[in-house]
Design a protein around this ligand. Structure first.
Ligand code: PHE
Length: 455
């Protein structure tokens, strides 16, 4: 047998542990970096509105579907499909998920490197006293250089490799349980400060007053891609984590809690950033640099700013690390269970590949800035192909697999723990979403967003 007979499968120890691990995967750079920068680039509140709809009607049902597959099969993302649908090509869904994990890591480790570097800069006082113009210069200088960003990307990779090799599920669980609440509090501190800056209301309006004319097919596809990326779905992270979820756990309830808390963190991050953007006279569509320019400038304007700033980036680094661990776990679980590699070899070779190809993303802000493939830098290409193509396609396949291949009876059985949860209404809604609404909506958004059809 290919799956882990030799090694006893590790699992999450409690209901809170399941929530901490899955939320630890969901909360990451997506909330504090991608959500604000994409909101800014796609016209503000209208994008947020579409995003929320995508989370509720699409990403959330996909998450539950992944939990169903993982827990039912008790295997990694490829092995799970082989077990539940033997001798069919369904396992390719898992393979595409592993590919997506690599594509995401190519650029994610780069941005995580920026965050680590900023934690270090804040700690050593290099950002002290910098106003918004100065923080913009510092960021431009940093990502425009080569040695620093490359070195930090590799430091990130070594850090997560060490954690993954140690297999410290308990450590991760405990870490996320204590640190996520602190990140939360710090974001609120940041919000209060940003909201009390002169001109802050413009930022709030930008985030919450939708201008529906701004909704285009490309904007809808971007929002859908972000919803997948944010909730870590469409590629098997939640399938892998689902295989560590105990039989007695209420999976739909856990998924709803993750989606709600995750969205709250994104909105809090938006509320910390946009009021400051407007107060300091920046453009909201500055893109990926927003976080690194506004947040340091906001903290400069308050007492103990350096301490808070350091804490903010350290916590952001930890959140990014939790997300990356779940990304790296996808290929590692696959290589160890399906190909019999040792955990060390699987981790080190995956990380080495991520770091090597990831250089293309890292150099996209410096030496390779002019090198475009299909009109995009490598950084943007990895991001676009993973979030806007692979994850949505994975989402369709996962919904069809659970809704039609496994079928409503299996779905109901897993999502209600054999009927013991008594969540009839949830099951009924879920079944409609997974069988019809989500796959059809994803397909239409995808084809429309890519310009294949015109709605
Ligand atoms: N959800 C993570 C974030 O927002 C990123 C991620 C995507 C993690 C896909 C796992 C899988 O930062």
């Amino acid at each position: 047998m290919s799956t882990s007979d030799k090694t006893k499968r590790e699992g999450f120890s409690s209901t809170l542990g399941v929530l901490a691990a899955t939320l630890g995967s969901a909360v990451g750079l997506g909330n504090i970096w991608k959500f604000p920068s994409m909101t800014g680039q796609n016209g503000g509140a209208a994008f947020v509105l579409v995003y929320l709809v995508c989370v509720a009607l699409i990403a959330l049902p996909v998450m539950i579907s992944e939990f169903v597959i993982g827990r039912r099969a008790q295997a990694n993302n490829v092995g799970a499909f082989k077990k539940l649908a033997p001798k069919t090509p369904w396992y390719l869904t898992g393979v595409s998920g592993v590919a997506a994990a690599f594509l995401i890591m190519f650029f994610y480790t780069d941005v995580a490197g920026w965050v680590y570097a900023y934690a270090f800069k804040a700690l050593t006082g290099q950002l002290a006293g910098a106003d918004a113009t100065k923080t913009a210069d510092i960021f431009g200088g940093y990502v425009g250089s080569v040695a620093g960003p490359v070195a930090w990307q590799w430091i990130v990779l070594v850090t997560i490799s060490v954690i993954i090799i140690a297999g410290v599920t308990k450590g991760i669980e405990r870490m996320t349980k204590t640190l996520l609440p602190i990140l939360f509090v710090l974001l609120i501190v940041c919000d209060i400060r940003a909201l009390s800056l002169p001109g802050a209301m413009d930022g709030v309006k930008y985030l919450f007053q939708p201008d529906l004319a701004k909704i285009t097919p490309a904007v809808i596809l971007a929002a859908l891609g972000l919803a997948f990326f944010k909730l870590s779905v469409g590629m098997g992270t939640m399938t892998t984590y689902g295989s560590y979820i105990g039989k007695g756990e209420n999976m739909p309830a856990n998924a709803i809690k993750v989606a709600l808390s995750d969205t709250l963190v994104s909105l809090l991050a938006g509320l910390a950033i946009f009021p400051a953007v407007f107060a300091f006279g920046f453009k909201p569509d500055a893109g990926p640099s927003l976080l690194f320019i506004t947040i340091p400038a906001v903290f400069q304007t308050m007492p103990f700013g350096q301490v808070f700033l350091t804490m903010f980036f350290v916590l952001a680094a930890i959140a990014a690390t939790g997300a990356m661990i779940s990304l790296l776990e996808v290929p590692v679980a696959y290589l160890t269970e399906e190909h019999g590699w040792s955990r060390v070899v699987a981790t080190v070779s995956s990380a080495a590949l991520m770091g090597s190809v990831g250089l293309l993303a890292t150099l996209s802000t410096s030496t390779l800035a002019e090198k475009l493939v299909m009109g995009k830098t490598f950084f943007d290409l990895f991001d676009f192909v993973s979030s806007n193509i692979l994850l949505p396609v994975g989402g369709i396949l996962i919904c069809v697999f659970v809704g039609w291949k496994l079928g409503p009876a299996v779905l109901a059985d897993e999502a209600s723990n054999g009927g013991t949860l008594g969540n009839q209404l949830v099951l009924r809604v879920l079944s409609v979403l997974i069988r019809y609404v989500a796959p059809i909506a994803i397909l239409l958004v995808l084809l429309n967003g890519l310009g294949v059809i015109k709605l």
